[in-house]
Design a protein around this ligand. Structure first.
Ligand code: PLP
Length: 348
């Protein structure tokens, strides 16, 4: 394998250019909890000089209390992406099979391939849902890991808690449920780690909590899996400041409620306006909208870019034939500008 064939995160959509009317990455348009500023104002010199707590104990205790799980079942890292990279590293042997839905967050595929996993794609249903029956049909004795994203990125489609729990119970493979966007829709399965030893749940402070710049996320799993992650992790994965702001943001449940209501409103606004203009919009329950555009999507995106709009090309999600874009709702004034640009393109 030469260097250019090696799997790399550099080809992910996260590196796209942001233009003035930006609907590309799914950051929180409301920012973060206003209480985070208070934490920053109260920092002391020691927060800068001293090494951080390698175990993030304060934050872990708060997470454990909220979800009624054990502290030993939590691993905190510098962004959930760090955990997505680490999991195949600690769980796979070269050639082990990993099942990943065809249409989902592309990092699962790259991280699995980096650890020499053999990736098997499962089909989506005609409604663009993850097809758990198809995933099941592809499991064999060499299947070590299965990635599910709930709500799924880029569709915003949700799998019910019952379906996920039944699915995890039906297999011996380790099932990773990425709940990066769960605050926007769907029900968490975090507490199920108390009884399901093959379940790993990933969470992030980057989305609803609005702390993407701080790089902090966590996962919840059996004590044994957490130990494997700790052994392979760097000694001080999270800065003191990131832990402090995450703790404050985690406690501010009012802000999360406000964020969810805001996102519901903007997602409905954009869906309605796009559908009025005859676009097919995949029905989303979260903070991303997958929209079918005229083919090829790269040409449509060129037109959007010319008018100062950035979105994500569906080709990043294996959607090159069908021509889709992924849109992340913003503040109403930005969403309106986006629709105005769409009208200008349609008028031509
Ligand atoms: C589904 C999903 N998982 C994980 C991540 C990574 O998030 P973090 O900022 O915690 O690394 C993202 C970011 O876009 C995501 O969409």
């Amino acid at each position: 394998m030469n260097k250019t064939q090696l799997p790399s995160f550099r080809n992910l959509y996260a590196f796209g250019k942001k233009l003035p009317i930006d609907l590309s990455l799914s950051e929180n348009p409301l920012g973060c909890s206003p209480k985070v500023s208070r934490v920053l104002e109260q920092l002391t010199q020691a927060d800068f000089f001293d090494y951080p707590d390698p175990d993030c104990n304060q934050l872990k205790k708060a997470i454990a209390k909220r979800f009624q799980i054990k502290v030993e079942c939590i691993f905190v890292a510098n962004g959930s992406e760090a955990i997505i990279k680490l999991l195949p590293q600690v769980l796979l042997k070269p050639g082990d099979k990993v099942i990943i839905p065809k249409l989902t967050f592309p990092m699962f595929d790259v991280a699995s391939k980096m650890s020499r996993g053999k990736v098997i794609s499962s089909e989506m249903t005609p409604n663009f849902d993850i097809d758990l029956d198809d995933v099941k049909s592809k499991i064999d004795k060499n299947t070590k890991l299965i990635f599910l994203c709930n709500p799924n990125n880029p569709t915003g489609r949700v799998i019910s808690k019952k379906k996920i729990v039944d699915f995890v119970q039906s297999t011996k493979a380790i099932v990773v449920v990425d709940e990066a966007n769960i605050e926007f829709g769907g029900k968490t399965v975090i507490r199920e780690v108390n009884r399901l030893k093959n379940l790993i749940v990933l969470r992030t402070f980057s989305k609803a909590f609005g702390l993407a710049g701080f790089r902090i996320g966590f996962c919840v799993a059996s004590k044994e899996i957490i130990q494997l992650l700790e052994q392979a992790s760097q000694p001080f994965p999270v800065s003191t400041i990131a832990e402090k702001v995450a703790l404050m943001a985690f406690k501010d449940t009012k802000f999360i409620k406000k964020t969810r209501e805001f996102m519901n409103g903007e997602r409905n606004f954009l869906s309605r306006e796009l559908e009025k203009r005859s676009f097919k919009v995949i029905k989303s329950q979260a903070n991303n909208l997958l929209v079918k555009v005229s083919s090829p999507s790269s040409k449509f995106i060129d037109k959007l870019n010319e008018k100062g709009v950035s979105v994500v090309n569906g080709s990043f999600f294996n959607l090159e034939k069908a021509s889709f874009i992924r849109v992340s709702p913003r503040l109403r004034k930005t969403n309106k500008k986006f629709i105005e640009v769409i009208d200008k393109i349609l008028a031509k």
